[in-house]
Design a protein around this ligand. Structure first.
Ligand SMILES: *Cc1c(COP(=O)(O)O)cnc(C)c1O
Length: 430
């Protein structure tokens, strides 16, 4: 495969046919184990002198195709698929930071990631320093000698302000700190590695799967970060690992390519914590990946049309969409999302929380769910659901006003999308 076009890679990367049966579709290898060729072969696999299947908690041929395809689409060197986006974000940090270390993260995060960082990783001794991404230098100011990673989302909702990837990645590289990007809301629209990020993670549950059938996550290694050159900054990859015969990861896997980060994650964290994706879910997500290029285009076109429509409604106080931002936020949108701004749209209803509630109730085609990135159109009123544990001041800080409604625009015909929104808005202001 020499083609670099994402439409083509999404169908072909990582697979030609099943060598045993010549099957064209990627089979579901529903097996836990793999027979070794010989005792030497088994020893080589365990000793990482050869890469191959040992046990499905650590690798699986169906999952392997998904991983290769995601790495190819992203322009990375290797990927690790895991049980959920949550486990992908946890492992992406735990692979570098240990108790006593810290990371610097954007404040604009998915709620689950916020909880993970502010509570669960904190309890494990890993501190997260949250900074406002509008000021990239804030990452530098929050950095100390125990900072191991920077973390951010490309297109965080509800604010939908695109993250300054290159600006923060460059600051990190000065210190020997990799930028980990959660690109869940913008697959194919932007490739964070092209802008200097070192690691990309996804919730595959959202756009990449797209059918709303399967939970999954992935971490992709850009292969573009020199861990060895920053030995003091990155001890996890540069000191002997007692959990793997004292391997020093930046050295041990050199013959296999620049995959130290992702290989360590597979053979230590995934081995120990066990957040493996099932082969069946990997298969289902592969079915989604095949059409991701078409869908992201349709999501982006439809969401832009919705944003324009809502901008003309008298009962809508404000439309939140990358196209409605001004100043620096608009410049970053133009820089990072020139080919499409994704499927998310927010709106603030003039009628506040009561109107938000009525709007949700009146929707006929849109589903009322906590999800995003489905091929179907989805809506939620965060004030009474996803953000209801926060008080009003905290809600405002995260960008959620009482009348805020989040829309994840699907790939239905735009006329049907606008018709459902229109009748629900009419009902909400009646
Ligand atoms: C959903 C989501 C996650 C978590 O993914 P799961 O697959 O639900 O575990 C992480 N980041 C973002 C941006 C998400 O939307």
């Amino acid at each position: 495969m020499t083609s670099k076009h994402p439409e083509t890679l999404a169908l072909h990367a990582g697979w030609r046919r099943d060598e045993a049966t010549t099957a064209v579709a990627v089979p579901i290898y529903q097996t836990t184990s793999y027979q070794f060729d010989s005792p030497d072969h088994a020893a080589d696999l365990f000793g990482l002198r050869a890469l191959g299947n040992i046990y499905t908690r650590i690798m699986n041929p169906t999952t392997d195709v998904l991983e290769k395809r995601l790495a190819a689409l992203e322009g990375g060197v290797a990927a690790l698929a895991v049980a959920s986006g949550q486990s992908a974000s946890a492992l992406s940090v735990q692979n570098l930071a240990r108790a006593g270390d810290n990371i610097v993260s954007s404040t604009d995060l998915y709620g689950g990631t916020w909880n993970l960082f502010a509570n669960t990783l904190k309890d494990q001794g890993i501190e997260t320093r949250f900074v406002d991404p509008a000021d990239p230098e804030a990452f530098a100011r929050a950095t100390d000698e125990r900072t191991r990673a920077y973390y951010a989302e490309t297109l965080p909702n509800p604010k939908l302000r695109v993250f300054p990837i290159a600006e923060v990645a460059a600051i990190g590289r000065r210190f020997g700190i990799p930028l980990i990007m959660d690109n869940t809301a913008a697959p194919l629209l932007v490739r964070p590695f092209d802008h200097g990020a070192a690691v990309v993670m996804y919730s595959l549950t959202k756009y990449l799967g797209g059918h709303g059938t399967s939970i999954g996550g992935a971490v992709i290694d850009g292969g573009n970060f020199d861990w060895e050159a920053h030995a003091a900054r990155q001890p996890a990859l540069n000191t002997p690992d007692p959990s793997y015969h004292g391997a020093v990861w930046s050295q041990a896997v050199k013959p296999l390519g620049p995959i130290a980060y992702i290989l360590k994650m597979r053979v230590t964290l995934l081995r120990d914590l066990g957040a493996a994706i099932s082969p069946f879910n990997a298969f289902l997500i592969l079915q989604g990946v095949e059409t991701i290029a078409l869908r992201m285009r349709a999501h982006s076109d439809n969401a832009l049309a919705v944003a324009r429509y809502l901008g003309e409604r008298k009962d809508v106080a404000r439309v939140i969409h990358p196209s409605t931002l001004t100043g620096q936020a608009a410049d970053w949108t133009a820089k990072y999302l020139p080919h499409g701004m994704g499927g998310l749209v927010g709106m603030e209803l003039k009628g506040g929380a009561a109107a938000g509630r009525k709007f949700i109730e009146a929707l006929k085609m849109f589903y009322h769910v906590a999800n995003i990135g489905d091929a179907r159109s989805l809506a939620i009123h965060p004030g009474t659901t996803t953000h209801s544990q926060l008080n009003e001041a905290e809600q405002e800080a995260t960008g959620v006003s009482p009348g805020y409604v989040r829309l994840s625009i699907g790939i239905e015909h735009i006329d049907d999308i606008l018709a459902d929104l229109g009748q629900a808005l009419d009902a909400a202001s009646a």
